[in-house]
Every structure is written in C-alpha cells, then in structure tokens.
Design a binder for this molecule. Structure first.
Ligand code: OSB
Ligand code: MG
Length: 381
C-alpha cells in the first residue's frame, strides 16, 4: 500500500448535552482528523479526540496536537515513505515517528487512519484484524453532571436505555453525596467514579468513605503524571484504583504492575486503556495482553469521541483480553448534534460486533465537510 497524500482537518462537533469533569465543562469541541489517501484512491480516517485545552492532560489539547502533526509527525511520515518506500507494516509506520517524544494523541490519529486503510484492503472488520474473539460484551456510560440532580437524571436515562454500568465524575466536595444518591437509586448497578486527578495527598482521604458503596473502581484520583503515589494510597483503600491519565505506554503499564505487585495487590489495580493516550491501537493491544497476563483488569475509555472514534473503540473491545465494560455510549442517547456516522448501538446494555468492513460504520464525508475544514496537507513523492 503506497500513500499518496496525508491531510489534517479540524472539525467542530457540538455536544447535545454539556459534559462536566473536575477540570471543566465542555459543549463545543475541536477535533483534528487525519486523512491518509493511497495511490489507488482509498481513504483512511483517524479521529484525534482532543479537548480544546490541556485540562485533561498535556498534549491532549487541540493546539498541541495540530502543532505536533504539522511540524514533526506528518513530515516524518512523508520523509520515511519517500526515502524508504511503502510501509511494510503498522510497526514500520510507527517507526517513522518513534523518534518524537510524547505526542501520543497526535500519533494515534495517523495510526488509526492507517488501520482503517489496512482493514479496507483486507475487506475485514477491525476486530478481526486485531484478533478479537468476542462478538458481544456489556458496555457502559460516563456521566459528567454539575449537580446531584443532573447526575441522577442522566443516570436514570442511561439505565432506562438499558446500560448496566455507570461511571460518574467526582471532585472534592462532590463525591460521597453523589455516590450515595446513585447507590440508593440503583442498588445493584456496576458503579465506578472518575476524579480526573482532582485530589492531592492532603485530601484524598475523603475517598476512603467510598469503600462503603461497593464501587468497581476509583479512576485517577491523584496527579495526572503520577503512578507511585497512586500505588501508595491503594494500600489504604479497599476499592481498586484505576489509572487513566498517567498511563502513556506499555512501559508505564509494566511500572504500575510492578508497584502494585510489591505493595497492595494486583486485584486493586485496573487500567483504563484509551488508545489515543497510548499512541494508538498497537500499543493499546499490547497493554491489554500484558494486563491479562498479570491478572490486572482493563476496560476501554473514551474522550467524547464521535461515532467514528467510538466505532474503533468498540472493535477494540472485541479482544477477549478486555475485562470490564467501557465508556462507549452517551447517557443521554447521542453525544453530538451532528455526527460523522450513524452511531453503533447496544441492546439492553450489550453491544454486538457485526461483519462490516473496518469500523463497521459508514463514514459520512458530507457531514465531515460541514463540520470543519482542511488545515494542512502534504503529498508523497
Ligand atoms: O477521563 O475518561 C475520562 C471525557 C473527556 C476527557 C476525559 C474523560 C472523559 C470521559 C468520557 O469520561 C467518556 C466517553 O467518551 O464516553
Ligand atoms: Mg478518566
């Protein structure tokens, strides 16, 4: 497969319902997309699920990703094929930009577009290409509300839609009360919380009260760039700790596994695998396998991705190494006012993968053009 052109687009999809986290409320998003075109006219598309600012983590914001792509990653990919010929594999593609430190979100968009091309060429669904062996699995929703009433209303909506697992955003002062209210209303549901690094070593103790509510996990309570302190507090809290922000690679995952093995216990460590946060699906698959081998549970996180990005993640969930329900759906029905594909849907909280090629959904090029514009393009020699 020979690449002819690479383009970066910027879209502005709008959420139907604002999403609140410990670091801010989001309604209008800005989203870079990578389009790879082959010499025979095939196009592959990769979404980069940035937020507008670095409130979630460094290099996960739109300006940083656009700069990395334009200045370093796109020129590296073009140079590599021009000088060395067509990429023989996804690994060869990744090698072309491996010298660039960080920029995991930006890199993941190139890799996703390439996987889309490979799947189209093979005439296969992504889940098959990735060795997935599980067609059906339970899925969940992530709830970002500002008040207990808002959270309860979104949770009720999600439960009425059939979802059997809820994740709720918390922060200091908005934790025990919201969890208690959810538990009272939904005594048997799989329930987990996400703090997005809002607590510190001085106030995380408030989270010990959550041990009474039979939570599946507490996601990223402490600093976004820390693994060690999370391992330390994990010994003093019964509820498992889940790492999101602080895992960028298989190596980070191995560090966490080593720390939990030495300290508390591996059943108190859970990893949220977000493919863009770890530079793409190759690394994400390696992380899923390493965690399974160590007895550490995993699930697939989201970033308010459009139906295109969500479809990639649902295919990834077809791997039998993934243990727990992921953040694949919106608690209010659909995330976006206008989307890039008809969103895949679950029945009674269970999603089933189909036989459709690549993502399994049809990319809506007209919506793509309506929602944004091309910022940058380079042609291969
Ligand atoms: O931490 O998982 C997170 C959204 C934006 C940024 C960070 C996170 C989230 C979510 C949304 O929780 C999950 C989803 O896409 O459904
Ligand atoms: Mg998270």
């Amino acid at each position: 497969m020979k690449l002819a052109r690479i383009a970066v687009h910027l879209l502005e999809p709008e959420l139907r319902v604002p999403f609140t986290t410990s670091f801010g409320t989001y309604t209008r998003l800005t989203r870079p997309f990578v389009v790879l075109e082959t010499t025979d006219g095939r196009r592959g598309v990769g979404e980069i699920p940035t937020l507008t600012d670095p409130g979630y983590k460094a290099e996960a914001d739109t300006p940083a990703v656009l700069t990395s792509l334009r200045e370093f990653i796109v020129p590296s990919v073009v140079r590599a094929q021009n000088e060395g010929g067509p990429f023989a594999s996804v690994d060869a593609l990744r090698q072309s930009y491996a010298w660039i430190k960080g920029a995991t979100f930006a890199k993941s968009g190139i890799e996703a577009a390439y996987w889309d091309l490979l799947a189209q060429e093979a005439g296969q669904p992504l889940w098959q290409l990735w060795g997935g062996e599980r067609r059906s699995f339970p899925v969940g929703v992530s709830i970002g509300g500002k008040t207990v009433e808002q959270v309860l209303s979104l949770a009720q909506n999600a439960v009425d839609l059939g979802y059997q697992r809820l994740k709720v955003k918390i922060w200091p002062g908005f934790d025990v009360d919201v969890v208690r209210a959810l538990r009272e209303r939904f005594p048997d549901i799989l329930l987990q919380v996400d703090a997005n690094s809002a607590y510190t070593l001085d106030n995380w103790q408030a989270l010990q009260a959550l041990d009474d509510f039979d939570l599946l996990l507490i996601e990223q309570p402490l600093y976004d760039d820390d693994i060690v302190r999370h391992a330390e507090i994990s010994a003093s809290i019964r509820t498992p700790i889940c790492l999101d922000e602080s895992i960028h690679s298989l190596r980070d995952t191995q560090s966490a596994i080593q720390l939990w093995r030495q300290g508390s216990s591996l059943d108190r460590l859970i990893i949220n695998i977000k493919p863009p946060r770890v530079s793409g699906f190759s690394e994400a698959i390696a992380i899923a396998r390493a965690c399974r081998a160590a007895g550490v549970r995993t699930w697939i996180g989201g970033m308010l991705d459009t139906a295109w990005g969500k479809a990639f993640n649902l295919n990834f969930n077809g791997l039998s190494e993934i243990d727990l329900p992921g953040d694949h759906f919106s608690p209010s029905g659909a995330y976006f006012i206008q989307d890039l594909a008809t969103p895949l849907s679950a029945q009674d909280g269970i999603f089933t993968l189909g036989d459709g090629v690549s993502t399994g959904v049809e990319f809506d090029w007209a919506a793509f053009d309506q929602l944004g514009r091309q910022l940058h393009e380079e042609r291969f020699a």
